[in-house]
Design a protein around this ligand. Structure first.
Ligand SMILES: [Zn+2]
Length: 500
């Protein structure tokens, strides 16, 4: 008995000693050096670089004693993606009464089909404003129609439904196509260039009409004139009720090049002793931009790889090290670790996770997304993207105070709310945060965004600052301990009487 007790005690001490070791800069650097090495080719989804990346993460999490929580007991959850590149297209609008015809050229409109080939004539055209559709009233008014939809909300109206939601609602109500109006004429060229290059999306046909596209504000004005309407007025009226008939029909044709492929999220977990009490989730995107520059024939050896050391090898490194510290400890809640794909293509891996989560979404008590942590040398200050969005601020304040961290109250980090994987959880009312010293260090963040960000120079070199990143990693371990414990975090405040 005594011997066993001693053995247990000494092994506890031993493993305790390993775990108690705080995460240091060298721990962080080790994984960043590998993930951001040229051998990983910039971690582009669907490439050899992906295979190396997801294998590396799975190997590290295996070593950390996590359990695989992807599909069929593996580490991987497949994410079906499709890239759509417009090839050729033609569209003509005809006024129902006047018979007046407007033909649009390639520089004035851009179209792509859901399938390689699309053609349909005499499609009724309507305009939809910024308001959400009233399903009962407006549903039938878009079915089988082409909808022209403003791409951006008027300034100062963040209360309006998001463009993405408005677009999806139209598709769900049977719109055959949605053409987005680029309200700001200055943005038109840039938007069109992006569209021409092709876009990658989740391969779920339900979220796309038979065709979609972009139209410039100037050309939308021409169409509105044919309908006897004022384009300026239509776009300025934020209260514009959902759907307005334009008295136009369209003949449309589009050839589109499709490239379908499968990428993967990597998912692991630490089983809690009381999983009914819910789960918490740590996440970060593993993907980056791959070969992000064209070959220069004059200089074939020139660096073309966007290695993504800061964005986001640093975040993955944090997830690996935090997993090592948290596993083997006892927690009440399950702790999930998720490395997402295709964040750079529009938070696609995170969205795919929500479509097929390994745990019921209402069970997820808190989400911590980790992105771009290796910038600051400040171990004290942290920015919390998502502050003020949920009821968890008080708890974050407790952990911050306990860990000697000071929360940045400038609100500057709010600008990144919708640009990070955690946002798709917030959209589903799941508390999600991105907490980092990097976003509290405005000088360094700005310098990064204006410099190495999405550039070949985001690589391991002397400018990599890991002081804040290591401190952030330890902070995430503390967050894990706090939020996975029912003693410290009791869970969502339940509101008195059930609603009936
Ligand atoms: Zn990025």
């Amino acid at each position: 008995m005594r011997i066993i007790a001693v053995l247990i005690l000494s092994s506890l001490v031993l493993s305790g000693a390993v775990r108690a070791q705080p995460i240091g800069e060298a721990d962080m650097l080790r994984h960043i050096e590998i993930l951001a090495s040229d051998a990983f080719e910039g971690r582009d989804p669907g490439t050899a670089g992906e295979n190396k990346t997801v294998n590396y993460i799975a190997t590290q999490w295996t070593a950390a004693n996590l359990q695989p929580a992807g599909d069929s007991d593996s580490w991987y959850a497949p994410v079906a993606l499709v890239e759509r590149v417009p090839e050729s297209y033609r569209i003509k609008f005809v006024g129902d009464d006047s018979g007046k015809t407007v033909r649009l050229r390639r520089s004035e409109i851009i179209l792509r089909g859901r399938e390689p080939s699309f053609q349909q004539n005499a499609i009724p055209v309507v305009f939809a404003g910024y308001a959400a559709l009233d399903d009962g009233q407006d549903g039938s008014s878009v079915a089988g129609k082409l909808v022209l939809l403003p791409r951006t909300e008027p300034k100062g109206h963040n209360d309006l439904p998001d463009y993405r939601d408005r677009r999806l609602q139209l598709i769900e109500n049977g719109a055959i196509g949605v053409i987005s109006i680029v309200n700001n004429q200055n943005r038109w060229k840039r938007f069109r260039r992006f569209y021409e290059r092709g876009s990658t999306m989740l391969a779920d046909p339900e979220s796309h009409g038979a065709f979609e596209g972009l139209i410039s504000f100037d050309q939308f004005t021409r169409l509105a004139e044919v309908s006897g309407l004022d384009a300026q007025k239509l776009l300025a009226d934020r209260a514009t009720s959902a759907v307005i008939e334009l008295g136009l029909s369209a003949d449309a044709k589009a050839k589109t090049r499709l490239h379908s492929y499968t990428s993967h999220n990597v998912v692991g977990k630490i089983a809690g002793r009381n999983p009914e009490s819910g789960a918490i989730l740590f996440m970060g995107h593993w993907d980056h931009l791959g070969f992000c520059r064209a070959k220069d024939p004059k200089n074939p050896d020139k660096d073309r790889i966007c290695n993504g050391a800061v964005d986001n090898a640093s975040g993955i490194s944090l997830l690996i090290e935090a997993a090592k510290r948290l596993s083997g400890e006892d927690h009440d809640r399950d702790i999930y670790f998720l490395a997402t794909t295709a964040e750079e293509k529009g938070l696609l891996g995170a969205r795919a996770f929500l479509h097929r989560p390994p745990v019921a979404l209402e069970q997820i008590a808190a989400v911590f997304n980790v992105d771009t942590v290796a910038l600051s040398d400040d171990k004290r200050k942290i920015a919390i993207v998502g502050l003020g969005e949920t009821e968890l601020d008080k708890d974050l304040e407790i952990v911050a105070a306990q860990e000697g961290r000071e929360i940045d109250r400038s609100g500057k980090a709010d600008a990144y709310l919708k640009r990070q994987d955690g946002y798709v959880f917030l959209e589903r009312n799941i508390p999600a945060f991105m907490i980092t010293s990097a976003f509290a260090d405005n000088m360094r963040l700005k310098a990064f965004l204006n410099g190495a960000y999405h550039d070949v120079s985001d690589e391991v070199n002397d400018t990599l600052v890991l002081t804040g990143a290591a401190a952030d990693a330890n902070f995430h371990v503390a967050l894990g301990r706090y939020f996975a414990s029912t003693a410290t975090y009791r869970g969502k405040a339940t509101s008195g009487a059930p609603d009936n």
